[in-house]
Structures are given as C-alpha cells and as structure tokens.
Ligand binder design. Sequence first.
Ligand SMILES: CCCCCCCCCCCCCCCCCCCCC/C=C/C(=O)SCCNC(=O)CCNC(=O)[C@H](O)C(C)(C)COP(=O)(O)OP(=O)(O)OC[C@H]1O[C@@H](n2cnc3c(N)ncnc32)[C@H](O)[C@@H]1OP(=O)(O)O
Ligand code: FAD
Length: 664
Amino acid sequence: MEALDYHAEERRKAEFNLDEMKIVWAGSRRNYELSDRVARLVASDPVFRKDNRTMLTRKDLFKDTLRKAAHAWKRIIDLRLSEEEANMLRSYVDQPAFTDLHWGMFIPAIKGQGTSEQHEKWLPMAYKMQIIGCYAQTELGHGSNVQGLETTATFDPQTDEFDLHSPTLTSSKWWPGGLGKVSTHAVVYARLITGGQDHGVHGFIVQLRGLDDHLPLPGITVGDIGMKFGSGAYNSMDNGLLRFDHVRIPRNQMLMRVSQVTREGKFVQSDVPRQLVYGTMVYVRQTIVSDASCALARAVCIATRYSAVRRQFGSQNGGPEIQVIDYKTQQSRLFPLLASAYAFRFVGEWLKWLYTDVTQRLQANDFSTLPEAHACTAGLKSMTTSVTADAIEECRKLCGGHGYLSNSGLPELFAVYIPTCTYEGDNVVLLLQVARFLMKTVSQLGSGKKPVGTTAYMGRAEHLMQCRCEVEMAQDWLKPSTILEAFEARAVRMSIACAKSLGKFSNPEDGFAELSPDLVEVAIAHCQLIVVSKFLEKLQQDIPGKGVKRQLEILCNVYALHLLHKHLGDFVATGCITPNQGALANEQLRLLYAQVRPNAIALVDAFNYTDHYLGSILGCYDGNVYQKLYQEAWKDPLNDTVVPDGYLEYLRPILKQHIRTARL
Ligand SMILES: CCCCCCCCCCCCCCCCCCCCC/C=C/C(=O)SCCNC(=O)CCNC(=O)[C@H](O)C(C)(C)COP(=O)(O)OP(=O)(O)OC[C@H]1O[C@@H](n2cnc3c(N)ncnc32)[C@H](O)[C@@H]1OP(=O)(O)O
Ligand SMILES: Cc1cc2nc3c(=O)[nH]c(=O)nc-3n(C[C@H](O)[C@H](O)[C@H](O)COP(=O)(O)OP(=O)(O)OC[C@H]3O[C@@H](n4cnc5c(N)ncnc54)[C@H](O)[C@@H]3O)c2cc1C
C-alpha cells in the first residue's frame, strides 16, 4: 500500500524539476549522491537515534555523544569514508561533539601554523585519532580581545622548554569544546616570553591527559564549565576550563610557521604575517557560513511544510479552512527566509572557493588576499549566523503553538544554533573588523590603488555616488543590473558618509569607537551586497532542468527586494532610490511571493533532508502531523503513569485541604 502523503497535492503544483534542483542545492551531482547516501546511512542506524535526546540527563547525553562519536568513527573506518563524506556524516549525526574541534580546529591549527616537521610528527597521530585535540584560546577574562590573553609561555634556555602558566584566575582557559572531559592534547594560545620580552600570542601543542589513564598531567587542572542554554542542544559538548601551574613542554611544541624561537632563545619573526596565528578562525568562519544555510534550510523546511498542513479560518460553505501558507503575512515572513537559505548556500560555495584560493596563495607566500579573506569570512559569518538565529525563532512563531513543542525540532535547533553568533568571533566584533577594512579601502580610493575583489565596486564610487535608479514600474525591479546598482550605491554611499564623519575626529580611534554603531550598519550593507551579487553570479551559470533557473531567479529577486524593503531607510536616506521606487519594490515583492507559493513545498524538498535529520514532527515529509503529534504525546515519561509521581505527597494534601476549606 502506498504511504499517505499529505503534501502530494502541493508537490504536484511544482513548476520545476525537483531532481535537478536537488543537484543545484548540493553543488553538483556527485555531492548530491554522496550526501544522499550518507544521510540515509545515518538515518537508518539506530545508534544515531536522536528523538529522545532532550530527555537525557547531562551525563547520559554526554555518554550518548561518546557512543555516537565512537560509532561514527568505526563507520568512517569500516566504510573507508573520505574526509568529505566523514564531514557529511558529522552533519547528519547532528550532535555537537569533541570531534568537531579535533577535526575542525586542532588539526587545521597544526596544519596552518605548524612547520613541516611538526606536521610529520603530529598529524598522523591526529588523523588516526590516537591523540584527540581541542583549540584552547579563550580565557575567563578575554575572548574577543585575543591580544589580551594572559596565559604565558616563557622560554627557559637552560632546559630548551617553555613553561606554560596561568598567572591569574582570569587567565584560566574557558569555553574550548572537547577540553572538559575528552581531549588528550590542545593547541593552547599563550603569550610568548623570551628573555623577559613579551612577543604576543602564539600557539603551542600541549598534552593535557595521559594516553593510558586519561588523567590530567602534573600541573594541569581541567574540567567541564557546566550546563549551557537549553535541554539537549550544545550540552553534548564538554566545553572546558584549564589552568597551568608551570607546565613544561619542549621548545619544538611551539607552532613555528609564523615565528620561531631558536635554541638560544632568540625570537625570529618570519615574513609570514602575524595574522596567520588567527588563520584557524578564518577557516572555521568559512565553514560556519555553509552550515548557516543548512540550519536555516532546516528551520524553513519545517515551517513551510507545517504551514501547508495547518489550516485556520476562512471555511466557505463547510469546506476546508485556509492553509496558513496562503496568508500573505505568512508568506512575507517565510519566503524571504526560504530565499535566504538559497542565497547563503551560494555565497557559502563562493566563500569556500575564496578560502581555497587564499590558502593556495599563502602556501606560495602570497599574502595579498589575506585582508579580503579575513573581511569576507568575518562579515559573512556574522551576517549569516545572525539572520539564521533570528530566522529559526521566526520559524518557531510561524508554526504557532506547536512550534514551541520540543518535537517540532525548532527549540533544540535554536538552542544549538545561537552560540554561532558568539563563537568564532562575536558578530558585532567581526562586523567592526569588516568596517575597518572598508574604511581603509575608502581612504585609499584617491591614492590610485584600485580596489579589487568584493570591494571592486568602490572603484566606481564616482558613478555610484551620483547614479539615479531608473525604476518606474514594479517590474523594473526584476532587472539584475538595477538591483545590483542599488545595493552597490547604498554600500558605497554609506561607507563614504561614515569615512567623512570619521575624518572630523582628531583621533581616528576615538572616531571609530564613537561611530561604531553606524560602522556596523555599513559592514552589513557591504555583506548584503556580497550575498546579492553572488546569487546574481550564480544565475549566470548554465543551470539545467525545467524551470529550475526560473525558480532561482524568483528567489534571488525575493532575497534582494526583501532586503531593500527591510532597509528602505538606508536606500532612501542615501538617495539611491526614491520612496516611490521603494513602494514599487514592495509591490513587486508581493507578486513574487505569489510565484513562490505553488513551488514552496518542492523548494524545501530540494534540500533533500531526511526525517531523521529534520527531527521534527511538524516538518515530516508526509505531512501527517496531527496523528504523529498525538502519538508522540503518549510517549512522554509524564504519561507513563496515569497518576503522576508526587501526587500523594504534594497534590492530594492540597486537594484535600481545599475540600475541607470548601466545606467550612
Ligand atoms: C559525533 C559525530 C562524529 C563524527 C566524526 C567525524 C569526523 C569529522 C570530519 C570533519 C569535521 C570538520 C568540522 C568543522 C566544524 C567546526 C566546528 C567549530 C565549532 C566552533 C566552536 C568555537 C570555537 C571558538 O570560538 S575558537 C575562539 C574564537 N575566537 C575568536 O574568534 C576571537 C575573535 N577575535 C579576533 O579574531 C581578534 O582578536 C580581532 C580580529 C577581533 C582583533 O584582533 P587584533 O589582533 O586586536 O587585531 P586588530 O588590531 O583589530 O587588527 C590587526 C590587523 O589584523 C587584521 N586581522 C585581524 N584578524 C585577522 C585574521 N583572522 N586574518 C587576517 N587578518 C586579520 C586586521 O584586519 C588588522 O588589519 P589592518 O587594519 O590592515 O592592520
Ligand atoms: C558554545 C561556545 C563554544 C565555544 N568554543 C570555543 C572553543 O572551542 N575554543 C575557544 O577558544 N573558545 C571557544 N568559545 C569562546 C568564544 O570564542 C568567545 O566566547 C567569543 O569569541 C566571544 O568572546 P567573549 O566571550 O569574550 O565576548 P565579549 O567580547 O566579552 O563580548 C561581550 C559583549 O561585548 C561586546 N564587545 C566586545 N568587544 C567589543 C568591541 N571591541 N566593540 C564593541 N563591542 C564589543 C560584544 O559585542 C558582546 O556584546 C566558545 C564559546 C561558546 C559560546
């Protein structure tokens, strides 16, 4: 018998080839096939079950994570999965674990900042997971201000060792994932001191626990920092604290690609820029942008499918009520998020390319594109995670009361997701880095230095400062060049206005601090321009499949015009568009929503998420929401007994007292 599909009618409405759209979403046919295979592998494996996760105690959750990680590792070895497939497996297992930090930060830190001898010594052990490492940078007193870290690594020429020490309470390492209970090693960031001189923060490989007994080595205090936001969620991770009491490590455990300390204790700064010490963060920020599209797509998939099932009001002659997805307000809240998921997917693909390019250049000692890579990864990490975190909460609201149920999947997704706005750089701190980069670019405009890459548009500042938007009718807003010019003009005008205001301060740093809220807005405008322009560039590619390109064009226009509508004040105040042109953009947006509507379910099907990965009754593929909600309610431990535990001690005495009082 064919399974019931409550979305069948919706699926029939789609105006494009779903299989081809799945390939566009995955990036290539090969990626699609790999990802589909790994997703099914995880979904069908009982060890990776996660529907009971929010009910587990912290200890049980942590043990469950260890079990899943060990099982994942076994599957990776047995099936000889590539690194790419292993990473897909990590995503689909969907449980933050120490392995994220080992593979995502410890190994990249050694690769990026270590010498070839250090690679030879440490990487083979790390790749086989004979040692497990974490990334210990943040301290109790300092996270954003990396130069403010207090842990010291003092070179002792007598013994050819560094002495690692935590001189104050605030110098305790605090937050590193995997540190609390698992890691045997860490890349520790500490101030390098030689001959009494402080050379700033550098990375050191430090063993923390014995490889036979897992006990902390002498001089090391280590533990977990405690429960975090939400149930389940990020509590599967052992974020840790760490203190050193004069712990000795050999000199060759300082990561020495950027700077070296000689046997005599001489500090040598190589030609490599000191910012490469921050390179691991650049790498992870780039991965976070791709992950943002996945998390956003997940929330949007749940809210879209549920909005097509849910009906409220408007029954005519006893017929069915209106599907909530047909309300224009629901569409205006949901469809821009759907479009953003696609937009972030494509900008994530592009950022990966940019990162690969800069890495190849760095290997050839070409550091010219490092500032741009830093600005793009910092800005896009900040923008995409902020939007995604807000969007998950919006999707919860779009699902009404049922969105607040744990089994909607949205509360846990929110709780796991929101720290991305803080880790790998607080989002505001990162936008200020972008603003610094933009102000520097503006200040060099007159010098003959041509801006390149994502700031190339600033080279056309003269035109963009005075150009006039030519939109006369709503449909004029569908022209890619019109959209692009409006976003470029807004970004350049906001940047130049801020640069002028900065020029009025005698001390530029005072000006930067005073104007920082405006500078953040400038950085956002620039990042939005990048996302819009990369979406438009994607549409220049050959995209096969009936109706696929057309749907992507609609989504691209939704993405751009909803931003224009949301930030209308910026566009009008800078004179890029008139209020009337803003109103026409909004009119066009409404028409676009009507075009998205019949395709909405198929557009979220294109993410190809299994029900296991979605982890949501509201978002399940077949849309059989009510029956599943009803069945699930009976599985709650509170329903194990008809009369709850505690009735005799606490409830009955009150009830009885109430009866006595009533009789009086
Ligand atoms: C159970 C399943 C198991 C399955 C097993 C599977 C196997 C899996 C396989 C694969 C897995 C892969 C996994 C990947 C997942 C990854 C998950 C990651 C989870 C992350 C957890 C969180 C970690 C962290 O948070 S780590 C700590 C992060 N900390 C920060 O981000 C700190 C933020 N602060 C800073 O970055 C800096 O301090 C800054 C930039 C704010 C200021 O620095 P500064 O030194 O004071 O600099 P400043 O004076 O402002 O600028 C000087 C100069 O330098 C430029 N600059 C700054 N930063 C950089 C940079 N990074 N790169 C380049 N240039 C930089 C800056 O622009 C200035 O330039 P100029 O103006 O030109 O001088
Ligand atoms: C779940 C999680 C996992 C983590 N994992 C790791 C890990 O594995 N390894 C590791 O080393 N660290 C880790 N961290 C730490 C993380 O990197 C830091 O918390 C992060 O970099 C933010 O730094 P902070 O906590 O010092 O925030 P703060 O800088 O203290 O931020 C507090 C507030 O001050 C504002 N602020 C700070 N500086 C400025 C400024 N210059 N201008 C304007 N506003 C400013 C911020 O916007 C924010 O609103 C993790 C954190 C979390 C939450």
